[in-house]
Design a binder for this molecule. Sequence first.
Ligand SMILES: C[S@@+](CC[C@H](N)C(=O)[O-])C[C@H]1O[C@@H](n2cnc3c(N)ncnc32)[C@H](O)[C@@H]1O
Length: 216
Amino acid sequence: MALTTDIVNALSLLFHGEWREFIFRIRVHLQKIDLRNSYLAELQLPEERCHYYANSGGLHLAKVLDSLKITPQDAIVDFGSGKGGALITMSHYPFARIMGVEISPELVAIARRNLAKLGIANAEMRVSDATNFLDLDGYNYFYFFSPFPGHVMESVIRNISNSLVKAPRKVTIIYFNPEYHEAIVTNSPFVKVAELHHHALDYYIYTNRDGQKVSR
Ligand SMILES: C[S@@+](CC[C@H](N)C(=O)[O-])C[C@H]1O[C@@H](n2cnc3c(N)ncnc32)[C@H](O)[C@@H]1O
């Protein structure tokens, strides 16, 4: 059944002229890149701080990054980077630095294997709760795909806001599946500046209000 779905999806990609994604999926299959879902019980992660692992790398994230015109002056953190699917997509863009922060050491080990198999050397990862990752001043893009509940999101947004006070710059937040939108805009310098919809997928884009006035 899963194989049939994979074949139908692959044919649909070809039909829509999405060669880049088609070739990537073939590589994922042939090189046994592990991007399968992992659930909280198997990862032994606490439900009150964490959401489970699912991959958001690929075509739709690529379309979002295409629209943001990434340059070598940009650097990105994926909060809750899991098995590295989004990092793999980010590695195709000219970011100066790509950082994955992930609470599960098992997932970081899998991500490191995945990236090594694909020969990706421009992304690093830290095992850390997202709220404890404070080395934020050198980054201007932050990516979230449903990593954790609202109260954890609030702490991370507070950390990013504090970093902006220390190192003023324009920051862009990309939030895929933005169920805790309020945690980003409440008592923070961030406003939503765009909504991108690819098929049934929602991405919200935020920047800091005064970000346009400050160059990095
Ligand atoms: C939905 S997955 C997203 C994976 C990846 N960002 C992507 O888009 O392909 C969420 C990830 O966040 C991680 N996570 C959950 N709570 C976390 C926390 N408090 N700190 C860091 N990572 C966390 C989970 O282990 C999981 O790998």
